[in-house]
Design a protein around this ligand. Structure first.
Ligand code: AMP
Length: 325
């Protein structure tokens, strides 16, 4: 494979100041996997580097090497700030004081900060871009820990090699990472098979809310805040619930509408099955994401209002994208 010349590599090579890597709020496997891989690599290269996440590290990702080193964003000034796996610093969910801003990401659109951004919407995961950075800088610094972080980003963002962004290249990357020591069985069991019994109770409550719309093209679930209180679960436990409505036959767009009264919003997660671009639906609601996975925050006074706005955005986009049952 031909190595790409990456301006960011030269920039970081020559940086002597402090570097803050920051993930988007509610970080997923790719945000923390890519962030931690870059963090560990830059440390090996002797850089003064930190990694922060507003919401810390969720339980299912606490196995990632370096997870204990993730800090909460603070008031310090950092010479360089790198936002990973997000369409801009606004997605960090908090203000950070940084000199130069840089974005490493695979989302379409978003904010651009200059020639040192490293953005490729065709990459299956941000972690694969971090792997390219490492390969083009100093591949000999790869180790089992870094490979595990990158593999986790790649695996989680491809639905463990099942989604439509899974290609021959994805498997080739995975093969290389396994040869560096990443263990697919370990990552899978740590990520998926450490659920708390209370999460099962939450799933049961949430599945009761299942609704189908548009002749079965659209399906979704709702997570009311009281469900979390009643089952002793937290917002973190809502991760992945949107996959249940998506698994229904004929469904092309799935949503999970999650009440977040403390922020005064309804968080919506959108997932596509087939060729609907749910990124466009999220954009209509002021959010963003990819073609097959996106999200937004809807400011609404009631559940009915939030759902109506969501369904209207979905309907308009289905019409525009000429999607019929
Ligand atoms: P989620 O449904 O939260 O797992 O998010 C799916 C994808 O959409 C991720 O790639 C997120 O980065 C993106 N996303 C989620 N919420 C937002 C938002 N409020 N604004 C922009 N992008 C978002």
């Amino acid at each position: 494979m031909v190595k790409r010349s990456i301006p960011l590599v030269e920039f970081l090579r020559n940086t002597n100041g402090s570097i803050l890597i920051i993930t988007h709020e509610n970080p997923d496997g790719d945000a923390l996997g890519s962030g931690l891989a870059l963090y560990k690599f830059l440390k090996k290269k002797g850089k003064e580097v930190y990694i922060a996440s507003k919401d810390g590290v969720p339980h299912m990702l606490d196995f990632l090497p370096g997870a204990q080193e993730v800090i909460k964003p603070d008031d310090r000034f950092y010479d360089v700030g790198i936002i990973v796996d997000a369409s801009g610093f606004y997605r960090a969910g908090t203000d950070v004081k940084v000199g130069k801003k840089i974005r490493i990401d695979h989302h379409i659109g978003g904010e651009f900060y200059g020639m040192h951004d490293y953005i490729d919407p065709n990459a299956p995961a941000t972690a694969s871009l971090v792997y390219e950075i490492i390969k083009s800088w100093d591949e000999s610094a790869m180790d089992k820990d870094i490979a595990t972080c990158i593999y986790t980003g790649l695996a989680t963002d491809t639905g463990f090699f099942r989604y439509s962004n899974t290609t021959e290249k994805t498997f080739e990357l995975a093969r290389e990472l396994v040869s560096w020591g990443a263990d697919p069985y370990y990552v899978y069991t740590m990520f998926f098979e450490r659920e708390k019994p209370n999460k099962m109770k939450l799933i049961a409550r949430v599945l009761e809310t299942l609704q189908l719309h548009e002749n079965g093209l659209v399906a979704g679930v709702t997570v009311f805040k009281r469900f979390l209180d009643e089952t002793g679960t937290t917002y973190e436990d809502t991760e992945g619930l949107v996959n249940y409505p998506r698994s229904i036959e004929g469904v092309r767009v799935a949503y999970a509408l999650i009440e977040k009264p403390e922020e005064g919003v309804w968080k919506v997660s959108l997932r596509a099955k087939g060729d609907v671009n749910v990124g466009k639906i999220a954009e209509r609601l002021g959010g963003g994401g990819h073609k097959y996975a996106s999200g937004a925050k809807i400011e609404a006074r009631s559940y009915e209002e939030a759902l109506a706005r969501l369904l209207s955005a979905i309907r308009e986009e289905l019409k525009l994208q000429k999607v019929h049952a």
